[in-house]
Ligand binder design. Structure first.
Ligand SMILES: Nc1ncnc2c1ncn2[C@@H]1O[C@H](COP(=O)(O)OP(=O)(O)O)[C@@H](O)[C@H]1O
Ligand SMILES: [Mg+2]
Length: 292
């Protein structure tokens, strides 16, 4: 069974005075269990709308979607999902601990397992010290981390996270990336949106690039990183030379450059691929789209 299936989903918002916004256009996508999928696009691309469609918070104007085989919006589909909204807001008169216990109970969890799990996630997200404080005293980063804690509490199969790294400092970002990789090692599915390419590079199996409501491209991150190699920087230490020299070899010249150096008795001290990174790949797609 696939974790997430989206079939030709559309959402058109009707604004004031008959204005229409096509936020999501004919989007189809299948995401497997155990997969980490990055949903990458600039602001206003339709990421949050797609995520709200998956959570049944917005009704599609066309198409359909399911999570773990259950139609989105159904009670069963939600049971399988941990959802982090774009701007999480909680009952701020509660403490983090009270809130997590409350959320766990709504998912049918019981003490003492719930208490134990709450402690585990509070510690994981570095909220243990602050667990008794009311959330209204929390910083933005703490609220964001609590958002992730409430996603993890009931141990769902699928994680749908809207910009999980936003508002976090580098330590918080690294923490979230670590959590995502840990979920992957447990065979869970994570679908998250971001507008930052480096968030995708380090954790995702695949990336989907969305622009103006249209899914432009779905690629394996690994293939972008390897097929994107354009050439190599080669560092060579010639016989008797004091210092290394550097040579650039285009993709199809590398064996020639290495062969020549070896034939001359030189030592190769470094070969570094020069590749198009995800950022460039993303910007190419944006440029192509604008040129159309
Ligand atoms: N409730 C709404 N009513 C009208 N337009 C909306 C609504 N929600 C989102 N939009 C519009 O849909 C487009 C996509 O928004 P969104 O999905 O929030 O993008 P992203 O999350 O990628 O930044 C934007 O043009 C936005 O203004
Ligand atoms: Mg958004």
């Amino acid at each position: 069974m696939n974790a997430i299936e989206i079939s030709r989903i559309c959402k058109t918002f009707k604004g004031k005075r008959g204005a229409r916004v096509e936020a999501v256009k004919d989007l189809s996508l299948v995401i497997k269990q155990g997969e980490i999928f990055g949903f990458l696009g600039p602001n206003g691309a339709g990421k949050s709308t797609t995520i709200k469609l998956l959570m049944g918070l917005v009704r599609p104007t066309g198409g359909s979607a399911s999570i773990m085989g259950h139609d989105v919006g159904s009670h069963l589909s939600r049971k399988h999902v941990g959802y982090l909204p774009e701007n999480p807001a909680f009952y701020d008169y509660l403490s983090a601990e009270e809130y997590l216990i409350f959320i766990g109970k709504t998912f049918g969890m019981k003490e003492p397992a719930l208490k134990e799990k709450a402690e585990k996630v509070l510690r994981l997200l570095d909220l243990w010290e602050a667990r008794k404080r009311r959330m209204r005293e929390y910083s933005k980063g703490m609220v964001q981390r609590l958002g992730l804690a409430q996603v993890l509490i009931h141990d769902p199969d699928v994680y749908i996270l809207d910009e999980p790294m936003s508002g976090l400092d580098p330590i918080g970002r690294a923490l979230v990336k670590g959590i995502i990789l840990d979920l992957k090692s447990q065979g869970k599915c994570v679908f998250f949106s971001t507008h930052i390419t480096s968030d995708v590079e380090t954790v995702c199996d695949r990336v989907g690039i969305v622009l103006k409501g249209v899914l432009q491209s779905v690629e394996r991150v690994e293939s972008i990183m390897t097929e994107g190699i354009t050439g190599y920087h080669v560092r060579i230490k010639d016989k008797g030379a004091d210092e290394d020299r550097e040579e650039y070899a285009a993709k199809d010249e590398i064996s020639e450059v290495v062969g020549r150096a070896q034939a001359a008795g030189s030592e190769i001290t470094l070969i570094e691929p020069k590749r198009k990174n995800l950022e460039e790949f993303f910007l190419d797609i944006v440029k192509r789209k604008d040129a159309r």
